[in-house]
Design a protein around this ligand. Sequence first.
Ligand code: C5P
Length: 218
Amino acid sequence: MGYNVAIDGPAGAGKSTIAKRVAKEKGFIYVDTGAMYRGMAIYFLEQKISPDEKEEIAKACQNAEVSIAYEDGEQQIYLNGKNVTALLRKEEVGKMASISSAIPEVRQKLLSLQRNLAKEKDVVMDGRDIGTNILPDADVKVYLTASSRTRANRRYLELREKNVDCNLDEIEREIIARDERDMNREIAPLKQAEDAILIDSSDLSIEEVTEKILELCK
Ligand code: C5P
């Protein structure tokens, strides 16, 4: 069994930035499970399935194989043997992932991939159900959150940086809708594990949060 650090929380709380830093400091592997759900979502979009066709999505799962590899330390997502990493952050992919991740067949498909990675290696794994469901015995569990306004604002600044036209209120509404879907689904909903440490990053810097988690790993 590897040393396992589980970081869960809502979208935009800074999980991936922080998890990457912690992994780098510790020499662990960073596993981004959201990217796996996004990889599956690309398949459904390619098949021209719409997010509300739940049965179609469940069926299509049989033909979607997601795997990961590391190139220069960066996680790459392969979908049926093709590297789809460059497509993962697209808006439509995120939207599809947020909806299709509630479907049991989709989650089942990724469960053993995630557990096996943690079994073999020292990992920092981030997602929504890592501490509660995927790695209930993780050595360190963190629930990282921030207010929806803070999270929306971070996203807004990111988009503005890329010269994307956007609206803060709209981004916040979308973030709240995503939280609701993640927290209220029947299977593996987003919630803080009983033994997870709560960190609210609203008023903390990336360095401060990273430091706190590294402290927990000692
Ligand atoms: O974290 P990220 O935004 O990349 O995740 C994409 C979607 O995948 C989320 O909106 C969430 O619904 C889903 N997800 C999940 N369980 C995880 C990781 C992500 O349901 N462990």
